[in-house]
Design a protein around this ligand. Sequence first.
Ligand SMILES: [Zn+2]
Length: 127
Amino acid sequence: MDAASGSCNACGVTGTALMKLSLGKDFFGRTYDRLSPSTDQSPKWYCEICSMQKNIQRDFRDILGEFDKLAAGHGSILSIQEEFQRASLRLREIAAILTGMAGQSPFLTSAAVTQLMGRMQTASVRT
Ligand SMILES: [Zn+2]
C-alpha cells in the first residue's frame, strides 16, 4: 500500500496524508511491547488524527499497565515519584485531548482515562 492511495487503518479516511506508525518505545522509554501482536505483522497506516490517537492509546496502556502492577503491590516503574508525576501529567493531557476532540476516539474512551486518573489520585494521596 502506498500513502497516496491508501486509507487510514483506523477510521478509513482517504485522500489525506497517511503515515506508517512505528511504535518503537513505550511511554517509559522502554522497548515497546506491541499492542496487538496478532495484527502487528502487517504495517499500519494512519492519518494524522488517528496516529496521534494511537500514540495516546499506547501511552495510556503503558501507564495503566504499570499502575495495575503498582496497585497490586508488584514492582512498577511508577513507584518512582518522578515517573508517577510524569504519568499523571500525561493522563491529564490525554483527557484534555479527548475532551477537545469531536466525536469518540476509535481507540480510547475518556471514561477510561478519567477512571485511571481517579485511581492514581487516590494512590498518590495515600502515599
Ligand atoms: Zn484516520
